[in-house]
Design a protein around this ligand. Sequence first.
Ligand SMILES: [Zn+2]
Length: 214
Amino acid sequence: MLQIKTFVFNPFCENTYVVFDETKECVLIDPGCSSPFEVEQLSRFIDENELKINMIINTHGHIDHIVGNPPMVQKYGAKVAAGTEAKFDFTKAQQQSRLLGFPSNKVVEVPDIELQEGEIIEVGNSTLEVIATPGHALGSVSLYAELEGLVFTGDALFCRSIGRTDLPGGNYAELCRNIKEKLFRLPDDTTVYCGHGETTTIGDERDFNLYVNG
Ligand SMILES: [Zn+2]
């Protein structure tokens, strides 16, 4: 069974998820650690639990979700995976980094692996299925663990809210369509791990999310 450790990192209060199982295999979802202290916090958890990082997965290419890639790649040699079109934001990351006051000496990598809709990522004895959910950013993906009944939605779906769609590559109609057609099809009791803020469930969002249902 998958276990999840959540960290809240950087000035954007971004959720970084360490996802692992009893085999100690692990994927890092959206490492957003942006200071030496945050990098140390994340590394300490990985090291103390003797986790082996298979892959870093970025739900999309916004700087607050990828700023921690370089130190994690450097330390653990992990490959970075993201949706194909997320490259658009990765290429702008250095510029965004400067604008937002993130450490500018870091080079943000272009993803090594392009994730495709329906692709299955193995994490020890469990799996994550890639669901394409663009609309907040180009190439956004969600990651669904059917066995455990949980989904990581990045900035597509939040508790009672959705990701902003006014940034380059954003599209409100597309985001709502993807949420309704792909995420709201998952079972009601599926736990939603969002890119920012608290967790929710698919059933609650289907019933109460006014941004999607309004
Ligand atoms: Zn974002």
